[in-house]
Design a binder for this molecule. Structure first.
Ligand SMILES: [Zn+2]
Length: 233
């Protein structure tokens, strides 16, 4: 009888500990998930700071440990991302990882050379319509699309995409794709150009920007250090 009581007691203690652990896990996960409330309470400046903090963690190799399964469950019924990032398709510049963000935190739009087109503008207009407070255009060092534009590469449908970067090549005043500094300069000009185009080609977005409800910034990601540097407007 006594053995039975001890076993039942141990079992109950184990179940209780397990439930407590689950609750803690769920609590920690839910605290990090963007909700309509947290999204609407966030200012554009706070959204920018959140990405800066995330990149600082990434660079320091102290990215948050996340319960991805809990994130999947918690975001299944809706999403309330606080930022939208237009970045390059480069496999070395994954948006959520370099900004240390979780599922449901940011809208990610990626295309070679982070060039602007109507589909992306439409995507950004949607992001802002559903409450996103910050738009980031993220270029990066050693960008293959930028190098291709400098070299005048012609390849199927890529030719038209690279044409969009040609004005940045002209603005940078250099044309050597083997020169890292030149490639970085063109990439930065390309980001600045995209930032201008977003405002010029989307009256909807310009309206939100002028009202101060949304912030638009350019940034450069360094593939050698992991650091994101935000550009002055
Ligand atoms: Zn690239």
């Amino acid at each position: 009888m006594r053995t039975f009581v001890v076993i039942v007691g141990l079992y109950c203690a184990t179940v209780a500990a397990s439930l407590a652990a689950e609750e803690t896990k769920a609590g920690a996960a839910s605290a990090e998930i963007q909700t309509q409330k947290s999204q609407s309470a966030m200012t554009p400046a706070a959204a920018l700071e959140r990405l800066k903090e995330g990149n600082r963690r990434f660079v320091a190799n102290t990215s948050k440990r996340r319960d991805w399964s809990a994130h999947v469950v918690a975001t299944a019924s809706g999403q309330f991302p606080f930022a939208a990032v237009l970045g390059c398709m480069d496999s070395r510049a994954p948006i959520e990882i370099v900004f240390d963000q979780g599922i449901g935190d940011v809208f990610g739009i990626r295309v070679a050379g982070n060039v602007i087109n109507e589909d992306e503008l439409g995507s950004l207009e949607y992001a802002v319509k559903v409450g996103t407070k910050l738009i980031v255009v993220l270029g990066h060092t050693s960008c293959g699309a930028v190098k291709g534009a400098i070299d005048g590469v012609q390849l199927g449908n890529l030719t038209g995409l690279l044409t969009k970067i040609h004005p940045a090549v002209a603005a940078a005043g250099c044309n050597n794709s083997k020169d890292d500094a030149c490639v970085t300069k063109v990439a930065e000009m390309n980001v600045r150009q995209a930032v201008r185009e977003i405002r010029e080609k989307s009256p909807d977005l310009a309206h939100y920007l002028d009202d101060g409800k949304v912030k638009l910034v350019g940034a450069m990601y360094d593939i050698a250090t992991g650091k994101v540097t935000f550009l002055d407007n």
